[in-house]
Design a protein. Structure first.
Length: 185
């Protein structure tokens, strides 16, 4: 079921049923509730206390869902100022602790000194074709702990080129979207 324009719902954890205000901006494509529910069922045994990176955050629904379900911290990276501010506003309104928003391009953000994460959400704008360069930079730049999990969302017909040491753990499809959870070896 598609959320009403301008609002999406957190589906689990202590922020369950909270609504996120979503700016009406071109290209903003929140991960559907059904996909988030499946993903967080997969992550349930490992989400508590994890440090997460929501790269190409957009609405921040994935990262806020992670905070709601027990992630220790989430670093959100969003290049568009209005979207980054909407994300900050949602975090403040929900009193969501542990979230930090960087208004930066994802590739440029990954040029900084790395702070390794246990969970990464890699869901760039589909038109930008950033899966491979972002994945390579995550791997080469020291952004992932040894046993990191990486969520990848892409068009249904696509199979992004990802590092060889990322093993597909689970995958699914919803409409025109393919979503996959990888584990780093």
């Amino acid at each position: 079921m598609k959320a009403a324009p301008g609002r999406i719902r957190i589906i689990g954890g202590h922020l369950r049923n909270s609504r996120l205000n979503v700016p009406d901006l071109p290209g903003l494509r929140p991960t559907p509730e059904r996909v988030r529910e499946t993903l967080f069922n997969w992550l349930a045994p490992t989400i508590a206390g994890v440090r997460a990176l929501d790269l190409c955050a957009g609405t921040g629904a994935l990262g806020i869902e992670a905070l709601s379900r027990g992630a220790e911290t989430v670093q959100f990276v969003e290049p568009h100022a209005a979207t980054a501010q909407a994300l900050r506003d949602n975090l403040a309104r929900l009193k969501a602790q542990g979230g930090e928003v960087a208004c930066a391009d994802a590739l440029h953000f990954l040029q900084r000194p790395a702070k390794p994460f246990g969970l990464v959400f890699l869901d760039p704008p589909f038109a930008m074709q950033l899966w491979t360069p972002l994945a390579q930079q995550l791997e080469r730049g020291g952004w992932l702990v040894t046993s990191a999990q990486i969520y990848v969302e892409c068009p249904r017909e696509m199979t992004p080129a990802l590092p060889e040491n990322w093993t597909l753990y689970r995958e699914g499809q919803a409409g025109e979207v393919r979503y996959m959870l990888y584990r780093r070896n």
